[in-house]
Design a protein around this ligand. Structure first.
Ligand SMILES: *Cc1c(COP(=O)(O)O)cnc(C)c1O
Length: 383
């Protein structure tokens, strides 16, 4: 077909030339590197990348090229992936529950930074990890505020337990640090304020100063029209609150964004299979594919609809019910999406800001889920 081009100008260029039948995830490395530099220059500490949000090798390589030197890893696979692609980078093993075999794997791989949220899991680490220059960070949680959903439902100790764990870590000769995660897509900067002040209280209760404070992921991406996340405002608040709360004892800061770093560097191109009953739009991708997250954290409304010739189908005009391709009735996007009134079979619906928790959670359920990947210079669809 003569489509050996590997880098396209933009999504419209790709659509015009290839008219893809399967969903295509397009990646703009320039956008990823720009976001990485924004974190590196704006965040007042070490920036690490939460690999689980998108472990594509091209993502890791571009982050390293942009100057990123740390990664949050959660499994032996992610430990080895970063060991291979970024051998000099720090790897923080921040999954607070681990099998003994996973601990052994990580020790062998040279992991020097761990998180924990219970006495039983800390005891496992103390028994199996040499303490020499190794950091253990109790992870604590607060009642959720400002995030798209509650991360604390699974992981995180109460402040009281975190103080016990911090004291025990220091007593065992490890480097004592603290970590938290305010919840993903956290649009309220004040969530960090409360967490940072609580970190100080935990240190006081334990009688142990934390060497480092990891303020988590949770940095928002651009999912909704007109609501552009102000990362710099969050960085400034984290910086000022840390100084206020800790004064001269201020720990070194670390962050571990996933979504906030990677989401906006990708757009998902889907195709309209059918428009039924004037209202139901059936796409070739849905909640078992690249749109898994939408029922959990809400629709992406940064959409563009293109005709097969790559030109715009026009402005949003009408709320539609949108279904994915599988025969499961759960395969439906939440609520309604605003789509052009003239949308037709064969059109392309582009979801912007789709790079986090999408390619990795794509399944082959019902025989769908074959997803193409392409690189673009720009994500502006209709240029
Ligand atoms: C998932 C995860 C992150 C990344 O979260 P985002 O909301 O994508 O930024 C960071 N740290 C830990 C421990 C995580 O589990």
């Amino acid at each position: 077909m003569g489509h050996n081009k590997t880098v396209w100008e933009n999504p419209a260029d790709l659509i015009r030339a290839t008219r893809p039948e399967n969903p295509v995830m397009v990646f703009a490395p320039t956008v990823l590197q720009d976001t990485a530099r924004r974190f590196l220059s704006g965040f007042p500490g070490l920036v690490t990348y939460a690999v689980k949000s998108n472990p594509a090798e091209a993502v890791i390589e571009n982050l390293v090229a942009a100057g990123l030197r740390g990664f949050d890893v959660a499994s032996p696979f992610e430990i080895d992936l970063i060991g291979r692609l970024a051998p000099d980078a720090a790897r923080h093993y921040h999954n607070p529950v681990r099998a003994r075999a996973e601990i052994a794997h990580a020790v062998k791989a040279g992991i020097r930074s761990w998180s924990v949220d219970s006495h039983s899991e800390l005891d496992k680490l103390l028994a199996n990890v040499p303490s020499d220059g190794v950091e253990i960070s109790p992870r604590f949680k607060l009642p959720v505020t400002g995030a798209a959903y509650d991360f604390g439902a699974k992981f995180g100790a109460t402040a009281e337990l975190a103080a016990e764990l911090l004291a025990k870590v220091a007593q065992a000769g490890f480097i004592p640090s603290l970590t938290f995660h305010p919840g993903t897509q956290c649009t309220d900067p004040m969530a960090w304020d409360t967490y940072i002040r609580t970190a100080r209280e935990i240190c006081d209760a334990a009688g142990v100063p934390a060497r480092r404070l990891n303020v988590g992921g949770g940095f928002p991406s651009h999912r909704v029209h007109g609501v552009v996340p102000d990362l710099e405002a969050i960085f400034t608040l984290i910086d000022e609150t840390s100084t206020e709360a800790f004064g001269a004892d201020r720990p070194e800061l670390v962050c571990e964004p996933g979504r906030g770093l990677v989401a906006d560097a990708f757009s998902l191109i889907t195709r309209v299979k059918a428009v039924r009953d004037d209202n139901h739009v059936f796409l070739n991708d849905g909640v078992y594919g690249g749109l898994t997250e939408l029922p959990i954290i809400g629709n992406i409304d940064r959409l563009e609809v293109l005709k097969p010739d790559g030109t715009s189908r026009g402005p949003d005009e009408m709320g539609r019910t949108v279904f994915g391709p599988t025969c499961d009735s759960v395969d439906r996007l939440p609520g309604e999406l605003s789509l052009p009134a003239e949308i037709a079979e064969g059109d392309y619906v582009i979801f912007h800001g789709a790079g986090a928790y999408s390619t990795v959670t794509n399944t082959r359920f019902n025989g769908f889920g074959l997803m193409g990947h392409a690189t673009v210079m720009s994500l502006d669809a209709a240029v």
